[in-house]
Design a protein around this ligand. Structure first.
Ligand code: GLV
Ligand code: GLV
Length: 333
């Protein structure tokens, strides 16, 4: 009989249909926040799975899935997968880098600008009926052109943001554990600096790091205290990178001018200390949300799953493995 594949969420039927060429496909009919027990039940007799970042595939789910050989994540971040547990079983996991780079960079830049120029704060003020007429001193924002942009996690998306910053006449600094090749640095007009310097010199700091145990709360009270007074912080990666209570304190104290947050540690819950701050732009994890990009992510995940399960033109060679035995490693997004 044909291998069985579980598709955890309704995505795009025409793209998922490609899986049916090789596999018996079980679909979830409605968008579902699967409880761990439901994931375990779905994986119990599955050979492969196409999942999204809402689906947590941990050690217990993996232990209960004796036939599982491949997991394709629809998303570039894959902290919802226990990669070590998957790798220990020889299960190949994949993600969807590349196809969402430009869409996500557009959004990161927009969120940074919205925070710096107080766009949503000003709109709420207007909608609340508080605008009494043009005011010379109203809603003064932080400068974007000519300022210094700091990018923590200079992968594909970070580089896309850096290229956009050139058009705004910004100076671009970045920090990664390792420096980019000279040619890439030149192309992005970006300069590597130590993390401390990035914090101290950036007028606008954007986080595009993968979330791992090692960088949990990489932006904590100590890091925030090292940031330039009046700077902004934008996070389009994962909420767990930031200590949200410490950020709310820095925003309320006016130490930071503003923040733009697309991701939250306990999402969809948003820390009430953040919603209480006017100078923060809050969006519901939508940085890659355009129809062409979402379709491209699903298409790539389908290709990855087919290849990881030993079928199709790239049998055994999925393009985007994240499990180490297949060459995957945690790199900036
Ligand atoms: C979205 O957050 C993704 O990781 O693709
Ligand atoms: C940046 O990418 C880091 O890993 O420190």
């Amino acid at each position: 009989s044909r291998p069985k594949v579980w598709v955890s969420q309704p995505l795009y039927e025409d793209l998922e249909a490609r899986l049916e060429q090789w596999f018996d496909v079980t679909r979830t009919a409605q968008v579902t926040d699967h409880a761990p027990a439901a994931i375990a039940a779905a994986l119990a007799d599955a050979d492969g799975a196409l999942v999204t970042l809402n689906d947590r595939i941990g050690a217990a789910e993996i232990a209960g899935a004796p036939r599982l050989r491949a997991v394709a994540n629809v998303g570039v971040g894959y902290n919802n997968l226990d990669v070590a547990a998957l790798a220990a079983r020889g299960i190949v996991a994949t993600n969807t880098p590349g196809v969402l780079t430009e869409t996500t960079a557009d959004f990161g830049f927009a969120l940074m600008m919205a925070a710096a120029r107080r766009i949503t704060e000003a709109e709420h003020w207007l909608r609340d009926g508080r605008w009494q007429g043009w005011g010379f001193h109203q809603m003064l924002g932080a400068e974007i052109h000519g300022s210094t942009l700091g990018i923590l996690g200079m992968g594909r998306i970070g580089q896309g943001i850096a290229r956009r910053a050139r058009g705004f006449g910004m100076r671009v600094l970045y920090h990664n554990r390792s420096r980019l090749p000279d040619a890439v640095e030149r192309d992005c007009a970006a300069t590597w600096v130590a993390r401390e310097s990035l914090l101290a010199e950036s007028d606008h700091l954007v986080l595009v790091l993968p979330y791992t145990a090692a960088n949990h709360h990489v932006i904590d009270a100590v890091a925030l205290a090292r940031m330039k007074p009046g700077a902004t912080l934008t996070n389009i990666a994962r909420g767990g990178l930031v200590d949200e209570g410490a950020l709310a304190d820095a925003l309320q104290a006016g130490r930071l001018a503003a923040a733009g947050l697309d991701v939250f540690e306990g999402e969809p819950a948003v820390d009430p200390r953040l919603t209480a701050c006017r100078n923060v732009v809050l969006t519901p994890h939508i940085a890659s949300a355009s129809l062409p990009t979402r379709r491209a992510m699903v298409s790539l995940a389908v290709d990855n799953l087919v290849a990881a399960m030993g079928q199709g033109p790239d049998a055994g060679r999925p393009s985007d493995p994240v499990t180490p035995q297949t060459g995957g490693k945690a790199v900036p997004l």
